[in-house]
Design a protein around this ligand. Structure first.
Ligand code: PMP
Length: 400
């Protein structure tokens, strides 16, 4: 059974079977991913691209093979449009910094949404500050749906880019990226998509979405921490200056003048996380073999069931009731502080996340300090949801 591929799920916490519902923070890793990582260090470890020896050649080949697999996985036109980073945060910072340097000037505007993770807000604030540009915000309605009808009126001749998430990590909302891209492109404005919470739940086709940049982290899609991806449209990447300087990203260096390497290496300064990249390759194979449709279907069943069971508990409030959602359920139990709910659940062996989930503007929208967030992955079960609901029913009288 698929669950047995994940050794950590057999572990006990406080002498109870672990119920892991913190998948939006990071997913657990299947054995083939762990094997790819340890296998790399046991048999292949060497620095890529520069070595004249066997191991370096093999490692380089597998690293570049992974790039081609990522390209196919998200249906990018070219493998040099795939840039390896440390994760979503670094991918967005790269674009905010480099795109900002090339395209932003005093009086320009950047549009983000009210439901962004701080990683898709703060890098833009930093770059806006640097260039004298302004941040504008597309709001969402109380049920957690973007007010897409307001987008058009936010765009004008000063808008340089729209940056929005594919899926909200707090509300679970799946945003209408194709529609956002169509509206933005009709004004010749490029769109960056933060795909951190989408990539493990649905098939992503960057050509179909039409977006100009797409960012995600390996660790949220069953791969190791330490590797992520930036997809960027070739013509934009070509125009953008390097983000970091160092080895690998250059063609020629003299003290007078340095010329830069071709894509994607222009944006990959220094030694990358090669072993983690091998793990990402194995994670992609795991997802394809499991079937992305099967993953989506199973997670929807779990989410519908958990939502129905939660709503049957007196005093529960769920934040994020969009018609199209992934497997994230954010809630509060009466007036109980989310941290207290999370701590008591933890003592019963149930791992959830509590707090603002790096989305303080969402908390501000609802006037709450935070939520309890349960998020499900392919290996979770209905029985685990029953355990979770029974635990909540047990702790509700203590907290409410
Ligand atoms: N965006 C979203 C929507 C996220 O959920 C996260 C992770 N919580 C990030 C960005 C940042 O991802 P990472 O920490 O892997 O860079």
């Amino acid at each position: 059974m698929l669950r047995s591929l994940f050794p950590i799920l057999d572990h006990k916490v406080y002498d109870r079977p672990l119920v892991y519902f913190d998948n939006a923070a990071t997913t657990q890793k299947p054995q083939p991913v762990i094997d790819a990582l340890t296998g790399y260090y046991a048999t292949l470890n060497s620095n890529i691209h520069r070595g004249a020896h066997y191991l370096a050649a093999q490692a380089t080949e597998q690293y570049e093979e992974t790039r081609r697999n990522v390209q196919r996985f998200i249906n990018a036109r070219n493998s040099h449009e795939i840039i390896f980073t440390r994760g979503t945060t670094e991918s967005i910072n790269l674009v905010a910094s480099s795109f900002g340097q090339e395209f932003l000037k005093e009086g320009d505007e950047v549009v983000v949404s009210e439901m962004e993770h701080h990683s898709n807000i703060v890098p833009w604030q930093l770059t806006c500050e640097r260039h004298g540009a302004k941040l504008r915000v597309l709001p969402f309605s109380d049920d957690g749906v973007l007010c897409i009808e307001r987008l058009e009126s936010l765009l004008n001749e000063h808008t340089r880019i729209v940056a929005v998430n594919h899926v909200s990590n707090t509300l679970g909302t799946i945003n209408p990226i194709k529609q956002i891209v169509q509206i933005a492109h009709s004004h010749n404005i490029p769109v960056l998509v933060d795909g951190a919470q989408a990539i493990s739940h649905m098939a992503v086709d960057v050509q179909e979405l039409g977006c100009d940049f797409y960012c995600f982290s390996g660790h949220k899609m069953y791969a190791p921490m330490g590797v992520g991806v930036l997809y960027g449209r070739e013509d934009l990447l070509e125009r953008m200056p390097p983000y970091q300087g160092g080895g690998e990203m250059i063609k020629d260096v003299t003290f007078e003048r340095t010329t830069y390497n071709d894509l994607p290496f222009k944006f990959e300064a220094g030694t990358p996380s090669v072993g983690d990249t091998m793990g990402l390759n194995a994670a992609i194979q795991f997802m394809l073999q499991t079937g992305i449709e099967n993953i989506a279907h199973h997670e929807k069943e779990l989410t519908d069931y958990a939502t129905q069971e939660l709503l049957a508990i007196d005093g529960i409030r769920i934040f994020g009731q969009a018609p199209r959602k992934t497997s994230v359920v954010s809630f509060l139990l009466g007036k109980a502080h989310p941290y207290d709910t999370g701590t008591l659940l933890d003592k019963l062996g149930i791992a959830v996340r509590t707090g603002h989930h790096c989305t303080q503007p969402i908390m501000e929208h609802y006037g709450i300090p935070g939520t309890v967030r349960a998020s499900f992955a392919i290996y979770n079960t209905k029985e685990e949801i029953d355990t979770f609901i029974a635990a909540l029913r047990r702790i509700a009288p203590i907290l409410m």
